[in-house]
Design a protein around this ligand. Structure first.
Ligand SMILES: NC(=O)c1ccc[n+]([C@@H]2O[C@H](COP(=O)([O-])OP(=O)(O)OC[C@H]3O[C@@H](n4cnc5c(N)ncnc54)[C@H](OP(=O)(O)O)[C@@H]3O)[C@@H](O)[C@H]2O)c1
Length: 353
């Protein structure tokens, strides 16, 4: 499989493959580890060389799965992205967090290191560590994730954009708001967009008429969605799969170019919102109820609280509410009063700082 690359701004000519494979929810269950390692090796055999992970995924477990999958293999042909928790992005803390990620990934460098979402640590501090990590060649490029237009504009206006090469945000057929304001601003700044949760299979399949278009194109819905990303080229998609047959489907779809009329038909079924919407984000999964309850207790200040607050598998948009299950947490019920993802994030930052 032939995959084009994009050269990242603010780097020494670092190139990133225009499709990657995600790893969220890998490394969470020891019984699935062998299968996940096999899936990642299969993905590489198919020609995927770009893999996306984070210290958050499985609390380092996904990084370990990647480390196991590619131990002893040619490192030069791989492009690895990892992400730092916002509360690990303070001066010196990010160096330590990166060292841990390197160890788990069994490598001496990360190709792209992202601040996972905006936090309360001043961005200048994060940049100081990013500069050091770049100088030491422990990372080859630095970027951000889940920053909206205003957050990115603030960074640029403050003259702090000189290391930022990428912003990774949610972008898929049902969640296209970023195309209105964020993507044009990023393009103006030369910052590359990476699309997370690019498939969004459940909600996409429910769009009336989508399955019929996929059938006509001789594609599955997942393949149609991936081809939609690849044809449009607005952002680099990083679909996740732990299944050999799904990876085969993704590899085939990565080469498909949809016709302008097919793109128009998809557009008609899932049009852009009429005006810009708050950045839509997918919050982290947090499955451990006892730890969540512990984090809910008054006076608890540990990291469990932050993770607890971020628990949900749902996307948050203005006016949307937390799923009922997550609402069991009183803390989340509080957060639920906030309509937008941004307001919720700000609330979480205030509560945890
Ligand atoms: N920066 C951030 O805050 C952030 C947030 C969310 C995600 N991410 C990154 O983005 C990656 C992708 O996002 P995501 O995992 O949320 O969602 P996604 O890639 O849109 O969807 C993943 C789901 O689609 C299924 N799938 C994959 N290929 C398929 C196929 N060919 N046919 C049918 N189903 C298929 C997968 O199941 P199987 O495994 O069974 O195939 C999985 O359930 C993550 O893994 C992570 O690396 C970043």
């Amino acid at each position: 499989m032939q995959i084009d690359t994009v050269t990242l701004k603010n780097t020494q000519g670092v190139t990133m493959p225009k499709i990657g494979i995600g790893t969220w929810h890998m490394g969470e269950n020891p019984q699935s580890a062998k299968n996940e390692v096999g899936a990642l090796r299969h993905a590489r055999d198919l020609g995927f060389t770009h893999f996306d992970t984070a210290e958050m995924y499985g609390e380092g477990g996904a990084e370990e799965i990647l480390g196991r999958a590619f131990a002893g293999q040619d490192r030069d042909g791989l492009f690895l992205t990892s992400k730092v928790y916002p509360w690990n992005a303070a001066k010196n803390d990010m160096i330590a967090a990166c060292e841990q990620s390197l160890k788990r990934l069994r490598t001496d460098h990360i190709d792209l290191y992202l601040l996972h979402w905006p936090g309360s640590v001043p961005f200048e501090e994060t940049l100081e560590d990013a500069r050091l990590l770049l100088d030491q060649e422990k990372i080859r490029a630095f970027g951000i994730s889940n920053f909206d237009t205003e957050g990115l504009r603030q960074i640029m206006d403050a003259g702090m954009g000189d290391l930022v090469s990428v912003n990774q945000v949610m972008h898929n057929i049902p969640h296209r708001g970023v195309e209105l304001d964020l993507f044009p601003f990023m393009a103006e700044q030369g910052i590359t967009a990476v699309a997370y949760s690019p498939l969004e299979i459940g909600p996409t399949t429910k769009i009336p008429g989508i399955a019929a278009i996929a059938r006509e194109e001789n594609l599955t819905v997942a393949q149609l969605v991936l081809a939609w990303h690849m044809t449009r080229g607005l952002a680099v998609p990083i679909p996740k799969s732990s299944r050999i047959e799904h990876l085969d489907d993704l590899a085939a779809a990565a080469q498909v170019q949809l016709s302008p009329s097919t793109l128009d038909r998809i557009d008609a079924l899932a049009p852009l919102p009429p005006q810009p919407v708050p950045l839509e984000i997918r919050l982290a999964g947090w499955q451990d109820c006892s730890a969540r309850d512990e984090a809910d207790r008054p006076g608890h200040t540990g990291p469990g609280r932050e993770r607890c607050e971020l628990r949900s598998g749902e996307a948050f948009t203005q006016g949307q509410h937390l799923p009922h299950e997550a609402g069991r947490s009183s803390f989340l019920r509080d957060a639920n009063r906030f309509g937008s993802a941004k307001a919720l994030a700000q609330y979480l930052i205030l509560k945890t700082s």
